[in-house]
Design a binder for this molecule. Structure first.
Ligand SMILES: [Fe+2]
Ligand SMILES: [Fe+2]
Length: 222
């Protein structure tokens, strides 16, 4: 099992969006949810520590391309790259193949817009723990942090086309508010486990209130 200090070194030291503090929150939530649900905690813990280890942070040069990459499913393969990295780490530790596969499935399936859905309890718990950290106060803070990193605004007026289809009009800037409309407001409805759904209620309400207030202030309504 990788130690916390080992895992810390895999993540950027100063990244409030995909840095190690996110991983620690996911680890704690995953262990809490997993314990209550009878999940395999060793698999879950390794998966949580490794889940964003490769390619999750936007490269410094990503700002200009962020709009397109986000729309095209930004950070498109970080779940696959992280799963490959996890395999090499756990093989070096001598884990048996089927337990490595249990961990790498969790990692491949943790992404909201990923191709592979979580098919084991451990993968569902990791997915839910990771998604709880895009809701609530930390979720809002991370979404604003991501917008800053990518050179996007906190708020831009969404087009009718974006509201209907989720696709940007030509020249329409992506913003943190767009991310809320397109993804974040749907996350709590996509969770897999009952205890995570309960935790998500307040986090969803906090995030919704923030982005509704943001839009109201941008429109000068309040
Ligand atoms: Fe991720
Ligand atoms: Fe994550």
């Amino acid at each position: 099992m990788p130690s916390l200090e080992q895992a810390r070194a895999w993540y950027p030291p100063q990244d409030p969006v995909h840095g190690f503090d996110h991983v620690l929150r996911v680890l704690e939530l995953a262990e809490r949810l997993g314990r209550g649900l009878g999940a395999d905690l060793e698999v879950l813990r390794a998966a949580a520590l490794l889940h964003d280890a490769a390619g999750a942070a936007p490269a410094p040069a990503a700002a200009a391309a962020a709009e397109q990459t986000e729309q095209a499913g930004g950070r498109a393969t970080h779940e696959l790259d992280s799963a490959d990295f996890a395999r090499s780490v756990l093989q070096a530790e001598g884990w048996p193949a089927e337990r490595i596969e249990a961990v790498t499935h969790c990692i491949r399936a943790h992404r909201f817009r990923g191709a592979e859905g979580p098919s084991t309890l451990e993968a569902q718990v990791l997915f839910d723990a990771d998604k709880l950290d895009v809701l609530g106060a930390f979720g809002v803070a991370r979404t604003l942090g991501y917008a800053l990193q990518a050179g996007q605004s906190f708020f831009a007026e969404p087009s009718a086309r974006f509201l209907e289809t989720g696709a940007l009009e030509p020249g329409e800037p992506h913003s943190a508010y767009h991310e809320y409309l397109f993804k974040l407001r749907h996350v709590s409805g996509r969770l897999h486990t009952e205890p995570a759904r309960r935790l998500a209620e307040r986090r969803h309400a906090v995030m919704k209130a923030f982005f509704e207030q943001l839009a109201a202030e941008a429109h000068g309504d309040v």
